[in-house]
Design a protein around this ligand. Structure first.
Ligand code: MRU
Length: 364
């Protein structure tokens, strides 16, 4: 996808220096475009935890590169297996909700078990991370292709009128490698000349919608409007939303969807107003070990300062402002669970299915 008319992925191996991973540092967007360099598993851990990069598929790919950098730093084969296990659990602990992180680290761990020497394990970890990156990129494109007909159908029923799509948080290309999950069909529809307009939930407290989704859509020339998080319900009642599409950080076997805090409320409003609510996700986001998402999916609680302060551009730099009485306490849950019954369909790289155990299991 484009930034200032240049094509970028969110993460890549530095040219002529395969020991350095480069990422778009999302903490500065949309105000400044900065690239960060990561050279160790600690660097990757911090980048994931402090959200220099974020979004489930991207966190997974970064975790895979974290394993590679961790192996590079081992230096010798002494107590190699124990040290690898330690790196894996350290990286997994960076963020708890997006299952892609566990998925990617387990994938690298399994692959490197096939090799005996440290050198070969390093090579294997590097290849596995690169392959996962390419696979997640492809997955998003396929998700876009499978989701596009839903937009086309609405466009047809409106006789070519504007299709109004609401999305929450950033399930765009910045959360993945390219295309995004929820945004992939939006980009494809725009390319096909279908008239679309996107309602972008600002997504407090970190404002991924206002800062990242609006930035992405703007770079691609897609009409969009940022709305306060509580606005979606009214827009739905007024007939100003044709469909909702979001991403997921972890979806359980029964089809319950964990996504950015506030997603559940949009699903409830969509259900009450008979508006389709789609979830776009790669299969790496499905947790086959958790049956019931409400009971089983771990929900991240982030630092209270993210609620207490609001961050924005003061004309010269990014600044933080206190927005409540200093002594008030805050609570900062990062995600919520949308029960499967409110999900119209799940859209994966293998096709569209109902949010039920029966249908999901067919995609495994
Ligand atoms: O806390 P974040 O910004 O990592 O949360 C991201 C989301 O909730 C996205 O909607 C989700 O990861 C889907 S990514 C395509």
């Amino acid at each position: 996808m484009r930034i200032n008319n240049e094509n970028y992925h969110t993460i890549w191996v530095k040219e002529n220096d395969s020991k350095t991973i480069q990422i778009i540092d999302q903490r500065y967007l949309p105000f400044e475009f900065r690239i960060a360099e990561l050279r160790s598993e600690e660097d990757i851990f911090v980048a994931i935890k402090e959200m220099w990069l974020r979004g489930a598929p991207l966190i997974g790919v970064a975790g895979a590169y974290g394993m590679y950098l961790g192996l590079l730093g081992l230096g010798s084969q002494e107590m190699m297996d124990e040290r690898i296990t330690k790196i894996a659990s350290y990286l997994k602990s960076a963020r708890p909700t997006a299952v892609n992180l566990q998925f990617a680290i387990d994938l690298v761990t399994e692959e490197i078990k096939k090799e005996k020497s440290l050198d070969k394990k390093i090579k294997m970890a590097f290849e596995t991370a690169n392959n996962l990156k390419n696979k997640e990129l492809e997955n998003c494109f396929k998700i876009g292709e499978f989701s596009l007909p839903f937009i086309e159908k609405i466009s047809k029923s409106k006789k070519g009128g504007v299709v109004n799509i609401l999305t929450h948080c950033n399930a765009g290309w910045l959360a993945c490698i390219d295309y995004g999950t929820a945004t992939a069909p939006i980009y494809l529809a725009h390319k096909k000349g279908i008239k679309i307009h996107v309602w972008v939930d600002e997504t407090r407290p970190r404002n991924q919608g206002a800062r990242l989704t609006a930035f992405e859509l703007g770079q691609e020339g897609i009409p969009h409007t940022v709305i306060a998080d509580n606005t979606g319900g009214l827009l739905m009642q007024k007939g100003m939303v044709d469909m909702v599409i979001v991403g997921s950080d972890r979806t359980s076997v029964n089809g319950d969807v964990a996504n950015k805090i506030g997603t559940y409320l949009k699903a409830l409003a969509a259900y009450d107003n008979n508006i389709p609510f789609y979830v776009a996700l790669p299969l790496s986001t499905i947790d086959w070990d958790i049956e019931d998402g409400i009971a089983g999916i771990p929900i991240e609680i982030r630092d209270e300062s993210e609620v207490r302060y609001v961050e924005g551009w003061d004309g010269e730099k990014i600044s933080k402002l206190l927005i409540m009485p200093e002594n008030s306490s805050t609570l900062n849950y990062g995600f919520d669970i949308t029960p499967a019954k409110y999900v119209t369909a799940l859209i994966t790289e293998k096709g569209v299915c109902k949010a039920t155990k029966k249908d999901l299991s067919k995609l495994k």
